[in-house]
Design a protein around this ligand. Sequence first.
Ligand code: ATP
Ligand code: MG
Length: 344
Amino acid sequence: MSLSPRVIAFLLAGLISASTVAFLTFVEGVTNNMLFVVGVSSLIVSFFLILYAIEFLVFREVNKMYKTIHKLRIRDFTISRKSIIKNNNPFKKLNDEIFVYVARKQKEIEELRRLEQFRREFLADVSHELKTPVFAAQGFIHTLIDGAVDDEKVRDKFLAKAAKSLDGLDALVKDLVALSQLETGEIKMNLESVDLYHVTLEVFEQLEKITHSRNITLKIRSDQPGSIWVKADPQRITQVMTNLIENAVKYGNEAGKVTVSFEEEKKHYTVQIRDDGPGIPPEHLSRIFERFYRVDKSRSKERGGTGLGLAIVKHILNAHKSKITVMSKIDRGTTFSFKLEKAE
Ligand SMILES: Nc1ncnc2c1ncn2[C@@H]1O[C@H](COP(=O)(O)OP(=O)(O)OP(=O)(O)O)[C@@H](O)[C@H]1O
Ligand SMILES: [Mg+2]
């Protein structure tokens, strides 16, 4: 329980007046009337003096603290001087506020530490990913210079391999540039009416080679076949569809089925890309949208992935004021879905 200054002053004043009266009773010749007057007057005078002393001291100390806080320019310290002074127990109030403030700062520091760790890992990942194709191309070219160039068959093979490594490097750098531009908000979305049905068919066509080689069936499911008009950046949304469908084809089962479905709502279309592949273990689900994150590093790498695809997809959809979600069940398959605004 916290006592207010008034209660404290009253209790102390009562004590003073009671002891004064008690002493006076031992003095000869003091009448009851005199005792009463002394009792009452000492009670009143002590009450006001003590109250004044408490308030004066508290006020002075609180003011000092308040000035210190101001000097430190603690901007997000929300407390006002008035609210402290008016409070019954200003020190407790100040203490509580400082506690909240420190807790908030602690959280901020943790977040900064996390970002710092993230930045360090990112740098390590980038250097690692860049190193692989550069070393490979370098190796082929040096072998050629060292004499392999004379053998026509070896020459062509090595040149093709060096070119492939450099193409991979080019794709990686392009992805990195796109990602950093998306993150800094440098790329503005060019919103137009886009027929997502048509985009999907185009992506199917582009992926024909890999789909065929893995014997995968591609399907579109839609209430109104023909066209699905949404408000989107044509180039960017094609990139989103390409990565999601490509992932479903790459990481799904051989001879599996990949379905793209469109569901009409009042103002939106819900787009889903589903496969019946091995699925993604739940402990990885929250992380697959991070840059360079791959569930099965060796397996996805052999399929040419760098782990940037979903990070780019997430950013592009965010820039469309949309959000991508994923649902996956082991051995049953994975579904990615997002909403896009209908075009008028
Ligand atoms: N449909 C899916 N089924 C199973 N795993 C998936 C699926 N889609 C993505 N993944 C997992 O998520 C990881 C991240 O995917 P993401 O598209 O970001 O990268 P990537 O495909 O490896 O490389 P990139 O897209 O840059 O070529 C993949 O490596 C894969 O392990
Ligand atoms: Mg991908």
